[in-house]
Design a protein around this ligand. Sequence first.
Ligand SMILES: Cc1ncc(COP(=O)(O)O)c(C=O)c1O
Length: 403
Amino acid sequence: MSNPTRVPFLDLVAPHQELRDELLSVVNKAFDTAGFIGGPMVEEFEREFAAFCHSKYCVGVNSGTDALRFAFMAAGIGEGDIVVTVPHTFIATTEAISQAGASIAFVDIHERTFTMDPMKLREYLETRCDYDAAARKLVERKSKKRVAAIVPVHLYGQTADMDPILELATKYNLIVVEDACQAHGAEYYSEKNKTWRRAGSMGLAAAFSFYPGKNLGACGEAGAITTDDAALAQRMKMIRDHGQAKKYYHDIEGYNGRLDAIQAGWLTVKLRHLEKWNESRRALAHRYHHLLSDVKEFIEIPVEAEWTRGVFHLYVVRVRERDLLQSYLAEAGVGTGIHYPIPLHLQKAYETLGSRTGDFPCTERIAREILSLPMFPHLGHAEQDEVVRKTREFLGSRVASVR
Ligand SMILES: Cc1ncc(COP(=O)(O)O)c(C=O)c1O
């Protein structure tokens, strides 16, 4: 039998206890005005989150999945289109593509960064598709479908390598929608623009999730889309609200995908703490790096590429005997996670795509070896030391040179 958890994988209680009065005052405010849907609290959050992301507009919606789906739909992506993304992500990325009516094409991730490999993207676009320069249209040879968009996923809080991805998108007239659901506040150094750019400000649009465990989490379900395009923002507002811009005047069919006022109010309170929490995650990540640096040969610590300033939504190490280490830590009361154990192209849900083992070797390799260690802003040094001590103890039991 395993011990009671001594170091949780994630502590959601502490940050909420700390902000208890502020968060409860949001509930009181909504209670007094009965303004539960839309209204000033949603607008205030949208303004503040857009500013945080260095973006012009933010549209609050009810999940990250809807954020992606509404962005695709508003950008005109649907049936007959292909959207290119990675097989190493949460299934919501691809669900949103299918739910918008489009087809999924995968390209592999980069071994070091776990995000979309721009070389693999280029290979797909240039060897499996034909570009009609006059029509500015890229068509996948096998399916004859138009390749319409690319979705780089800023996984674990680190941005994808955006310069080459955006360059390919421009060259082939493709839309880029960032999946920034795990990357609130992450930054990318654009060599091209000679400046740091925030996740959410680089593509035509970007999707964020505020699922409670995210770096910025609601107290329930919530999401948002950022964009600099006023017309796109307007369309997304209509899509989230039954296709209406004015009450009961429905220009299109839409969805019930709005952000609740209470969630927006809570998010505004928590947004004011996000920079501090992200800094704390970064400091903890660097402390993990340091404490594990001499056993790097046996446990690979996350690579922070020179072009990213990550916000460590997750701290993901790579280790050959991953399952054994996970069990060992569980026995010692240390919570861990695997994000994600089965690559999307090998999931039952995507059997019909016809992918096979071996199609995306990098994703498949790392899916067998990754382990997410406890990472949250309130993780104490003593708790972190315990995670490291138990990890080293496990490695020491396998490799004589590790103490
Ligand atoms: C990479 C990624 N994309 C999309 C989503 C979907 O967000 P939500 O759960 O808010 O629908 C998530 C959330 O778990 C995610 O991690």
